[in-house]
Design a protein around this ligand. Structure first.
Ligand SMILES: [Zn+2]
Length: 101
């Protein structure tokens, strides 16, 4: 057994989510206190998660989203959809683009 847990921690090569700390994937945060290594992939993932949440919280519930996508698939224009669902065409585009598998 080793007692050098701190030592190991300072030299860890992966973030807590298992992304490797390569030079490309690492940025150093200088906000307050000692510089801290941060994982770019985690930051990207966080943004993506936030973005999805925002889209989901848009003024369209799941049912409206389904109807919207079906209408879009039927060839209804974004302008018409915008009017029909009372949201901007940007929201329409985002909602359609956010439709994952
Ligand atoms: Zn990470």
């Amino acid at each position: 057994m080793t007692t050098s847990a701190n030592h190991v921690n300072a030299r860890k090569t992966h973030c807590k989510n298992g992304h490797e700390f390569t030079p490309e994937n690492t940025y150093v945060s200088h906000t307050r206190g000692p510089p801290m290594r941060q994982c770019r992939q985690c930051r990207k993932d966080r943004w993506a998660a936030n973005y999805k949440r925002v889209v989901r919280l848009a003024p369209l519930d799941a049912g409206a989203l389904r109807r919207l996508r079906r209408a879009a698939a039927d060839g209804v224009s974004h302008d018409d959809l915008s009017e029909r669902f009372g949201v901007t065409t940007k929201t329409i585009r985002d909602a359609i683009r956010a439709s994952g598998p």
